[in-house]
Design a protein around this ligand. Structure first.
Ligand SMILES: Cc1cc2nc3c(=O)[nH]c(=O)nc-3n(C[C@H](O)[C@H](O)[C@H](O)COP(=O)(O)OP(=O)(O)OC[C@H]3O[C@@H](n4cnc5c(N)ncnc54)[C@H](O)[C@@H]3O)c2cc1C
Length: 485
């Protein structure tokens, strides 16, 4: 007989791995907003950072993570990530996961702010897809609820006891469990220009906030320097691994942008590269990645090459890819301990939605897939070691819909406002102006669309409030002091 019921919200790598580790002994349900394949995990290109070679060590990985995070990281969390990371990777390899190799040796990529190559990758630039599929293919004993959006954590006696969802016809469904795991990813879709999947709009952060959970470091949002940019629109990511293989950021006239900006040049931490590019763009420059130095571009980056072909970018001839920075990753999130526990009993958070303190003020490239694996394992181990009493679900209250009294803003209008106020460079006046505007709207969850826009508003207000409190720039949070507009 199975033990307690576990509800996992989100089908990225964090949620899927936790489900894999728990499904034999527990009654596991995964609720996911789109299909099970819709997640940022599926889009990850560069790979997973882990100190797995003799020349490397968790200590070196710790140092790079800390430095990139501007020393705002929590040392114990970074220690856990960098020490437990290689163990988790080896376990997956033993179970049959294959990372790219040559002559029996792992092919390791180099990315920004890493002192040495340590990025394991799979399928060239398809690491996220290969890893997610590898894990999900083994999920033979879980119940899937696809196309259902979690809109509320159900609580009883200050404890999380269930999840209320809306299906694609806006019908309510309640699910109850002894352990509720948030694995809903980040918030890229708050912004008009982003690398993130369509379903990643900060829902889990809003769910946690409304349930009374503590969120922290919300002002730290990473903007990736290189999104494919054509005719004023972005079309997915050009991985940092491309710069790791020798590509350079240049202006239209061919001059190198990062020279004289940072000793690591094009592989400087992302906050520095993105801010530099934003400055150039503000001065009217067009930005390109120059790929002449990248050996075997098409075989090393098959997914990116296909995307360039789809968008008719003549990269073989020009050796140039047009790029632009965009919202990519949230360093902050729902505050947890090193087991994924939040301050609400029965509620856990893992992966990008969580703030364990591993990333500090700026995430080191390829540390987030590692985070999903490490904390997916850790939350499962904690639940296995700490049995909870099964509850009688008939006593749990069912949440009600809150119907809308005033119209919410249009999603695109909201994204544009957020882009202006909460983008790469912030000012006190823009943040205050945004809060003044956003405070006019109340929350509603009568439909999936209303719930999503309400969540975006709530999360954006929290980012603006956190950004106003941090009056000095740090890592990915850049605020122009003394500037009013
Ligand atoms: C284009 C791109 C490339 C990247 N490349 C790399 C890389 O090379 N290396 C690296 O380390 N990191 C990379 N990242 C970051 C990394 O992919 C993510 O941080 C990580 O995959 C997050 O995993 P997760 O399981 O926490 O969340 P996700 O994979 O984002 O999954 C979240 C899940 O929650 C679901 N969901 C959201 N809201 C709800 C709701 N209300 N109800 C139900 N379900 C919901 C979503 O649909 C999704 O299934 C990349 C990110 C992007 C966007």
């Amino acid at each position: 007989m199975k033990k307690e019921r576990i509800i996992i919200i989100g089908s990225g790598i964090a949620g899927s791995l936790a489900a894999l580790r728990l499904m034999q002994d527990y009654d596991v349900t995964i609720i996911t907003k789109g299909t099970k394949q819709e997640s940022n995990s599926m889009l990850a290109q560069g790979g997973v950072a882990a100190a797995i070679t003799k020349d490397d060590s968790p200590k070196k990985h710790f140092r790079d993570t800390f430095q990139a995070g501007c020393y705002h990281n929590k040392p114990l969390a970074v220690c856990e990530l960098t020490t437990y990371g290689p163990i988790v990777i080896q376990k997956l390899i033993k179970e049959g996961m294959t990372f790219d190799q040559q002559n029996g040796e792992f092919l390791l990529g180099l990315e920004g702010a890493h002192q040495m190559p340590r990025i394991l990758h799979a399928g060239g630039d398809q690491t996220g897809k290969v890893l997610t599929t590898f894990i999900q293919n083994q999920l033979t004993a879980v119940q899937w609820r696809e196309q259902e959006m979690a809109i509320q954590i159900i609580k009883q006696d200050h404890q999380a006891v269930g999840v209320c969802c809306l299906d694609s016809n806006n019908q309510l469904h309640n699910y109850y469990g002894e352990h509720i795991i948030l694995a809903t990813g980040g918030l890229g879709q708050l912004f008009p220009v982003t690398t993130n999947a369509k379903t990643i709009s900060g829902d889990g952060l809003a769910l946690a906030l409304n349930a009374g959970a503590t969120l922290s470091d919300m002002e730290f949002i990473q903007f990736h320097p290189t999104l494919l940019f054509i005719d004023g629109h972005c079309h997915g990511l050009i991985s940092e691994a491309v710069r790791g293989e020798g590509a350079k950021l240049i202006r239209e006239n061919g001059t190198a942008i990062m020279e004289g900006v940072h000793p690591l040049l094009d592989l400087a931490p992302r906050d520095i590269v993105s801010a530099t590019l934003a400055n150039e763009i503000a001065q009217g420059e067009l930005i390109f990645l120059e790929i002449t130095a990248v050996k075997n571009f098409e075989s090393r980056f098959p997914g990116i090459s296909a995307s360039l072909d789809n968008h008719q970018v003549p990269f073989r001839k020009t050796k140039r890819i047009p790029v632009h920075p965009g919202a990519h990753f949230l360093m902050g999130g729902v505050r947890t301990d090193l087991h994924g526990k939040t301050n609400i009993k029965g509620l856990y958070a893992i992966g990008e939605v969580a703030n364990t303190g591993v990333h500090g003020a700026n995430r080191l490239a390829s540390n987030s897939l590692l985070e999903t694996l490490v904390f997916g394992e850790k939350v499962a181990a904690y639940i296995q070691a700490n049995p909870a009493k099964k509850r009688n679900q008939s006593v749990t209250p069912a949440p009600t819909k809150h119907l809308l009294a005033h119209p919410l803003p249009d999603k695109q209008q909201l994204q544009e406002k957020i882009g202006i106020a909460l983008g790469i460079t912030r000012t006190e006046e823009k943040l205050t102006e945004f809060l003044h505007w956003a405070n006019h709207f109340e929350q509603a969850n009568g439909t999936c669309e209303e719930a999503e826009i309400s969540n975006m508003l709530l999360v954006a207000k929290l980012i603006a409030t956190s950004a106003l409190k941090r009056t000095e720039s740090l890592g990915a949070h850049r605020i122009l002091e003394g500037v009013t507009k």
